[in-house]
Design a protein around this ligand. Structure first.
Ligand code: PBG
Length: 321
């Protein structure tokens, strides 16, 4: 076995998995503040960007060969309501960001989450009826949110809310308005995970959510067969691409999903995964190479691509060789 490991050329020759910039979708936080960038303390190296800073960053990502950016809004609390109305405002920060990026960097793909949590006072992804997240009332609003984003120029609608039936409903709503070309990437197997903590800091939904949790709609980390049922439904309803989230603690799910369905399959290296790797590197506890090792493991498990906050940094490192 060691002959194939002896020299660098041999190791490169027999490598089974490769990671390249074309595998990355880059999630970016966008805010309406005057400051071009405000740091997110729990995510070292990640800032919330103003729209002009986002446009510049999108240009850099495009030049590095990153195919898609994913936009996440940080919404001030005075714009939040119980029904998440700001999600439907065609002038909200997400829609303005889409239009600005499309005008300046037309060839980069734009993905937008569909879910109400950035816009609700209670921090849930849907609307509450008698204190519970109501499935069908939420789906009706999500369809309108998807349309507002498609009208602004979004290329990939990514429902992250985990309501039942939303992929089919959104597909119908898009098709009815002439948006047949807009894709759906379903957050198909999304677990009720503690690894989303830093993201909730970044978009300001953590304080809204308080002690509440999302276990009535996101999946139980104990379950694996259920992920296959979730994903089968989303595919039947019209998903073009499916996602497993988080990625690293759920690599077994990534593998089962890829083997079972053979769909374009994506892993989301979520904020907490990023934060623990970056935090340990900063303290000198781990070598910086562990970021790429982690991304490699997600591809090796069967993912066709990865949503990662480290996309630009890793694309630069790959380019430098
Ligand atoms: C919103 C959403 C979340 C993430 C992506 N979309 C958080 C949540 O469901 O609470 C998490 C991403 C991350 O942690 O990086 N529905």
């Amino acid at each position: 076995m060691r002959r194939n490991r002896r020299d660098d050329w041999a190791r490169r020759l027999v490598a089974e998995t490769t990671v390249s910039a074309a595998d990355f979708l880059w999630p970016v936080f966008v805010h309406d503040a005057a400051a071009a960038r405000t740091p997110i303390p729990s995510m070292l190296g990640v800032d919330r960007l103003s729209i002009p800073a986002l446009v510049e960053a999108a240009g850099e990502a495009q030049a590095l060969g990153i195919p898609v950016i994913a936009l996440f809004p940080a919404t001030p609390s005075d714009k939040k309501t119980a029904e998440g109305d700001e999600a439907l405002n065609p002038e909200n920060i997400v829609c303005r960001a889409i239009r600005a990026v499309k005008a300046a960097v037309p060839d980069i793909g734009i993905l937008c989450d569909v879910a109400l949590d950035p816009f609700t006072t209670h921090g849930h992804d849907g609307v509450l009826r008698d204190g519970k997240v109501h499935n069908d009332d939420t789906v009706a609003i999500l369809c309108r949110q998807a349309l507002v984003q498609a009208e602004a120029g979004c290329d990939i609608i990514a429902p992250s809310d985990m309501m039942d039936g939303r992929v089919g409903a959104i597909r119908d709503a898009l098709d009815a308005k002439g948006f047949e070309h807009v894709s759906i990437m379903a957050y198909a197997a999304k677990y009720a995970s503690g690894f989303y903590g830093p993201f909730r800091d970044a978009i300001g939904s953590k304080s809204s959510l308080g002690k509440a949790d999302k276990r009535s709609y996101q999946m139980d980390p104990a379950n694996s067969d259920e992920a296959l049922r979730e994903i089968a439904l989303d595919i039947a309803e019209g998903a073009d691409m499916v996602m497993v989230k988080p990625a690293l603690p759920y690599l077994d799910i990534v593998r089962r999903v890829k083997d079972r369905f053979g769909m374009p399959t994506f892993g989301y290296q979520v904020s907490g995964e990023y934060a623990m790797i970056k935090g340990a590197i900063e303290r000198g506890w781990l070598d910086p190479s562990v970021m790429m090792e982690s991304l490699m493991s997600i591809k090796r498990a069967g993912a066709d691509g990865i949503l990662t906050y480290a996309a630009v940094e890793m694309a630069k490192a790959l380019k430098a060789g």
